[in-house]
Design a protein around this ligand. Sequence first.
Ligand code: ADP
Ligand code: MG
Ligand code: MG
Length: 254
Amino acid sequence: DVLLEIHDLQAKVAATGKQILKGVTLTVREGEVHAIMGKNGSGKSTLSKVLVGHPDYEVTGGSAAYKGVDLFELEPEQRSHMGLFLSFQSPVEIPGVSNIDFLRIATNARRKAAGEKELDPLEFYAHVMPKLEALNMDPAFLNRNVNEGFSGGEKKRNEILQLACLEADMAILDEIDSGLDIDALRDVSKAVNGLKSQQQDMGILMVTHYKRLLDYIRPDYVHIMQEGRIVTTGDMGLVDKLEESGYSVLSSSA
Ligand code: ADP
Ligand code: MG
Ligand code: MG
């Protein structure tokens, strides 16, 4: 089944009127991993944020449907309750709130919206433990305050844990590799792959600047974004070709 269907999507920055997305077309089906690559400023994050309803942007044309529903008819919370998840480039710290409480609140908000039973602390513990294990994460994560003193890699892994708890159907991961050294990158990628093996129908849209993430999390499709449009689509072969030509075809920076 189709999860996300974007057609000729156009969007501008609300405050300045600057057009960023100039016609993006993309379809993600259940179980597919799509990567979007492109140099800085090409509009990758704008696309991610427009899809979750970030108020800085205004849609000026085209369409986007999630599970067959017009995305732009839904409030951002409704999108999230329907299982659309966006990872943040810089996750917030929440002093004084333990991670397990935070995860339980977020999980219950989605369950409540879906008409499912909310989980009490004990039930939630049973819900989260197998996920921690699949993600290869230390249970000590649960009792720490949200993101407080977390390393870059731990923050990213914690977001993947959040994604796992929510049992999201479609994940948009914007530069989950940013600022990570090679060990942290491997841990985060392992978490994503662990999640993927538990939730095989999940669709993933992965935004990145670098090939190395795609060596760990293999995409089915690779799209190259340039000046607010997807200009090329291929598979990993496309990435290899781009590497060989030193990304000069994209102009530079990456
Ligand atoms: P990428 O993620 O590919 O690096 P972005 O989507 O972040 O690109 O940005 C695309 C372009 O839109 C850039 O020129 C950026 O400066 C501009 N832009 C994005 N968001 C805003 C905003 N909120 N206000 C002003 N300009 C923005
Ligand atoms: Mg950028
Ligand atoms: Mg970006």
